[in-house]
Design a protein around this ligand. Structure first.
Ligand code: FAD
Length: 541
């Protein structure tokens, strides 16, 4: 790092969201520097499952296969199993087929994958570091910054040497987690319910725990005893790594006196050989930042929103922020993004955060309000009845709360209504609960279909805009000419496949670099400049 060096984008925070943003920029050839105060080690496997959408982004980035190789054995089922303890009674089981037996999913080239953060962050880090325009600095802390018309002047301190330096950046992205310095310096407050509860996660190693019971492998063991659903035991690698998350911890608890051993024995129902790797007390929050930043400084990921991990939406929502912000920063720096493009970042992403936060809290309340019964773990006729009633209650409640967390929330979010999306002329369909219905409506994620062996429609998107044409006789020349005049990168792809044409439902579909539909029609609009200006954030918002 040289003193007073200049860089187009400075990213504060090398968690998954900062690294994803560095990859988005790096793949677009945009120079960026990422500073991370830590040394790159991930002490606790927080996020466990990559959503379908995150896996689709990984596919575009070229790391989906690496994410599949680590994390979870292909042949293990991914069941959620309700138990009184690991050696106790099984109360209820929600079955999820092993990846090896899942087959092709109709709506995506990449289904969700178990790839906990201890594995995923290093994959992202290695990939970001391999991109020529990305520079990563560890043990480097952002201390403060100020902004003027020339850029953002960011003061950094090396935690190794104590040396301080200033970097000037065109843009600063705060991917610095909850309570990060960038949001605070912007004086942006959070809105929402705040803290829902206190939890403690115990990360430990035990080969014995996988086989000392008769439940077989599952991803989640939900522990229910006389006090109700008191914790979740998550199998991290399907071999020897585990995370036990204890709910409802008293906020006054001193973590040094937290009963780690007692909690592990309570979960297993017996003593067992193990090695505790780390203990993390954390707060379950429901918050969204009032602003995602403006002008030259933006925030993303946990800096912009926190939610209960129930449902696995936190990091996955942050990765979506990075993708949205990434192509827009690149477009502006490359000169074709209009003056309003970056304003659309908050407009598009904040509603997604609200939807994720709400769905996560609903699931948390749904799971932890399962009926408690004092005798549920007892070996008696009353105990047997309590277990039956519990299973019946669960069967009855399935689909009420946590269904929203399925693909409808994770994949079905749309940017319809965004000022850089051309309004769709068709009436919006009514979508029930958390259903995901692939759609080419303006704002939606452009649907997946196989174009040829191993090539999805999604593989066509990523660099610039793509105009899909399903009838080669349709004249697209005015749109092509307008894009060229505004220097908007646009590739026309002809598809002669009636099934894909039916799925996309229009002869012309314009898809953005992030894979969302910007516009669709059967013919070019009368004013193609107006369309191109709108989708590049060039018109008045
Ligand atoms: C128990 C638990 C389970 C979870 N499970 C899931 C799940 O299943 N699915 C899911 O999607 N999400 C899950 N999450 C949430 C997920 O872990 C977070 O959403 C994710 O880590 C956020 O990534 P981020 O990059 O925004 O922030 P962080 O991971 O917090 O990274 C921010 C980085 O910024 C750095 N930083 C801060 N200040 C500075 C500074 N001044 N200078 C330099 N660097 C700085 C920090 O050191 C940190 O590395 C879970 C969370 C918990 C606690």
């Amino acid at each position: 790092m040289t003193e007073e060096s200049k860089v187009p984008v400075l990213i504060c925070g090398g968690g998954p969201v900062g690294l994803a943003l560095a990859i988005e920029l790096g793949l677009r050839g945009v120079e960026c520097v990422l500073v991370e105060q830590g040394d790159g080690t991930v002490p606790v496997p927080k996020m466990s499952q990559l959503s379908t959408r995150t896996m689709e982004f990984c596919r575009r980035w070229g790391i989906a296969d690496r994410a599949k190789e680590v994390g979870w054995p292909e042949e293990h089922p991914g069941d959620f199993i309700y138990v009184t303890s690991m050696i106790g009674d099984e109360l209820f089981r929600q079955r999820f087929a092993p990846y090896a037996k899942q087959g092709d999913l109709r709506y995506t080239p990449e289904g969700p994958r178990q790839c906990p953060q201890i594995f995923f962050d290093p994959i992202l880090r290695r990939h970001a570091a391999s991109l020529p325009s990305v520079t990563l600095y560890h043990r480097t802390q952002l201390e403060s910054f100020d902004e003027d018309s020339n850029g953002v002047h960011v003061r950094l301190a090396s935690l190794e040497t104590g040396q301080t330096e200033t970097i000037s950046a065109d843009y600063l992205a705060g991917c610095d987690g909850f309570d990060g310095p960038v949001r605070k310096a912007l004086k942006v407050e959070y809105e929402g319910s705040g803290i829902l509860s206190y939890s403690v996660s115990i990360f430990f190693r035990s080969r014995a725990l996988g086989t000392l019971h008769n439940k077989g492998w599952g991803r989640f063991y939900r522990l229910v005893d006389a006090s109700g659903h008191w914790s979740d035991l998550i199998a991290i690698d399907g071999q020897e790594l585990w995370r036990l998350t204890c709910f409802h911890v008293d906020p006054e608890t001193d973590i040094n006196s937290f009963d780690v051993e007692g909690s592990l024995i309570r979960a297993a129902g017996t003593t067992f050989p193990h090695e505790v790797l780390s203990v993390l007390p954390w707060k379950r929050r429901e918050l969204v930042a009032r602003s995602y930043g403006r002008d030259r400084v933006f925030i993303a990921g946990d800096a912009a929103h926190q939610m209960s991990p129930t449902g696995g939406l936190g990091m996955n929502t942050g990765i979506g922020d990075a993708v949205d912000l990434g192509w827009k920063l690149a477009a502006v720096l490359q000169g074709w993004g209009g003056p309003h493009l970056l304003e659309s970042y908050e407009i598009e992403r904040k509603p997604v955060a609200f939807s994720s936060v709400t769905a996560s809290s609903e699931t948390y309340l749904h799971e932890t309000s399962l009926p408690a019964n004092l005798v549920i773990a007892e070996n008696s006729a009353e105990g047997e009845r309590a277990r039956r009633q519990f299973a019946e209650a669960l069967r009855g409640r399935r689909g009420q709360g946590n269904e929203r967390l399925h693909e409808g929330v994770k994949l079905g979010y749309s940017y319809e209504g965004s000022p850089i999306i051309w309004p769709d002329q068709a009436k919006a369909p009514l979508i029930k609960g958390g259903d995901f219905i692939p759609s080419s409506r303006s704002g939606a994620r452009a649907p997946h279909s196989w174009v040829s062996e191993g090539c999805s429609t999604l593989d066509l998107f990523g660099e610039g805009f793509v105009l899909l044409r399903f009838d080669q006789s349709t004249d697209a020349s005015t749109l092509i000419a307008s894009a060229a005049a505004r220097h908007v990168p646009l590739k026309v792809v002809d598809i002669n496949n009636p099934d894909i044409a039916a799925l996309y439902d229009r002869k012309l579909v314009l898809v953005r670099p992030d894979g969302h539909v910007a516009w669709r029609e059967d013919a070019c609009p009368d004013d193609a400049f107006a369309l191109i200006d709108r989708v590049r954030g060039g018109g008045s918002l």
